[in-house]
Design a protein around this ligand. Structure first.
Ligand SMILES: Cc1cc2nc3c(=O)[nH]c(=O)nc-3n(C[C@H](O)[C@H](O)[C@H](O)COP(=O)(O)O)c2cc1C
Length: 439
């Protein structure tokens, strides 16, 4: 299902908010979208551009379920299945993303948002970069792009990830196609880190048919249903990038990052520009959700895993809750270690029994309160590789971030009388029979 088909479905389901009033892309649109966080919002009239702006398409789990045609409970299985079994997409002759071809590039015609007064410049935040590594082939991932001129942007390339390693191999610049206005499966696939050599477009295609078309000026193929494609190359000219609000809702650092020159824009006739609010629900879900199946797979190697949740309070990146069926005294501790292997940036993890609803933070806290003893059930790991996004970690230029990690085994102690650890519930009653006026 393309992004615009999703918009139509969201409208029919009553989720879509449509804004007809004229809105400025400078601070105002981001503020309105932030106030509406959790709902897809379509801004029809944006100052200085002919294109409408869609924000919040992926700001709740139910929208991904809608976009993938499954129930919310089946999302993790669907992602795990696509990650394990990518399907090569069909390549077609022509697609809607090339209805208009603009070799006279002017990024000023796009409604690119300035989110906060501290932004150095307007930023593209929902851009999915398609590149081809000389050794491993296609890599597809998000890169925020700060506008530096009418046909140039600065790309934030996280060190050691797919785009960064390919760019370092290509001394004359790395061809790139930046897709804006993507289907939810493409957004999810771009957020994943499959083993090198696995094309994320095959993962997207396994979730929902994603045919590709050949780009006009670079030897790359992109999803035919994309709204806007920026074709160009990532140069080796560096410039200051940032400061910019990141996932943790704190400011990221200013870094020297490569300039991307855009040679051609292709788009749909009536293209929708997609915006993604940094630090808000869509950013959080896209980062965290694809890590749930990888943690699940890792924990399943050491014990019976029932469910995994990356929690929004932990920035949807640093914290997870794992539910297991405990069958041996060591299962809780093994699950902690496996969860850290399943998601390298995970900092804190709580392991609970499968009678705890991991989607209810109060139940998880109850399990910690009643089943956990710190001097017996706490695992602390010092000086571990950690997330570059955590301001409390130790950061040094050019070196991997270091952090402490903590795992809480909040499962019922092995050998204990299980009944002593279970919630005693009152028998349910029909209260209407006891309320005033009832016969
Ligand atoms: C909304 C969003 C924004 C992101 N922004 C960036 C970014 O600016 N730079 C970057 O290198 N990774 C960014 N990422 C992370 C990559 O897309 C993600 O880690 C991807 O899995 C990397 O894949 P790779 O290891 O195959 O390259 C972002 C992810 C999301 C979901």
């Amino acid at each position: 299902m393309s992004l615009r088909q999703f918009v139509e479905r969201a409208k029919q389901a009553g989720h879509l908010i449509e804004i007809q009033r004229q809105v400025s892309p400078y601070l105002e649109l981001a503020r309105v979208a932030a106030a509406l966080d959790g709902k897809p919002a379509l801004f029809h009239r944006v100052t200085g551009s002919e294109l409408p702006v869609l924000a919040g398409a992926g700001s709740a789990r139910e929208y991904y379920a809608l976009g993938l045609g499954v129930g919310v409970g089946q999302l993790m299985g669907k992602l795990a299945d696509a990650l394990a079994h990518p399907v090569a997409p069909q390549v077609i002759e022509s697609g809607p993303c090339q209805q208009v071809v603009e070799p006279d590039v002017d990024l000023g015609r796009l409604p690119i948002l300035t989110h906060l007064p501290t932004d150095r410049a307007p930023y593209i935040t929902a851009g999915v970069a398609v590149i081809c590594d000389p050794d491993y082939g296609y890599n597809v991932s998000f890169h925020r792009l700060m506008v530096t001129g009418p046909r140039t942007v600065a790309a934030r390339l996280v060190e050691g990830r797919g785009t960064d390693t390919a760019w370092r191999k290509c001394g004359n610049g790395l061809p790139v196609a930046i897709c804006i206005g993507n289907s939810l499966p493409v957004l999810l696939a771009a957020s994943m880190s499959p083993p090198k050599g696995v094309n994320e477009l095959g993962i997207a295609n396994a979730m929902s048919p994603t045919p590709l078309v050949q780009c006009k000026t670079v030897d790359l193929q992109v999803p035919a249903e994309t709204e806007i494609v920026l074709e160009g190359h990532i140069t080796h000219t560096l410039t200051d990038e940032g400061p910019f609000l990141d996932l943790t809702e704190t400011m990221d650092y200013i870094r020297q990052q490569p300039v991307v020159v855009i040679d051609c824009i292709t788009r749909r006739q009536d293209a929708i520009y997609q915006a993604l609010l940094p630090g808000r629900l869509e950013h959080k879900l896209l980062m965290g959700m694809p890590k749930e199946p990888t943690i699940f797979a890792s924990v399943s190697e050491v014990c019976e895993c029932r469910d995994v949740l990356i929690t929004p309070g932990g920035t949807s990146w640093l914290h997870a809750v794992v539910s297991i069926v405990k069958r041996s005294p060591e299962d809780g501790r093994r699950a902690i270690e496996a969860a850290f292997r399943g998601h390298g940036s995970l900092k804190h993890v709580v392991v609970v029994d499968d009678d705890i609803n991991i989607h209810d933070p109060a139940e998880v806290e109850w399990a910690i309160a009643t089943r956990f003893q710190a001097d017996r059930d706490l695992a602390v790991l010092s000086d571990q590789p950690g997330s570059s996004l955590d301001p409390s970690a130790t950061h040094a230029p050019g070196l991997k971030t270091r952090t402490a990690k903590m795992g809480l085994d909040a499962t019922v102690p092995w050998g204990a009388n299980r009944e002593d650890y279970e919630k005693v519930r009152y028998e349910p009653v029909d209260t209407s029979q006891y309320l005033a006026g009832a016969g």
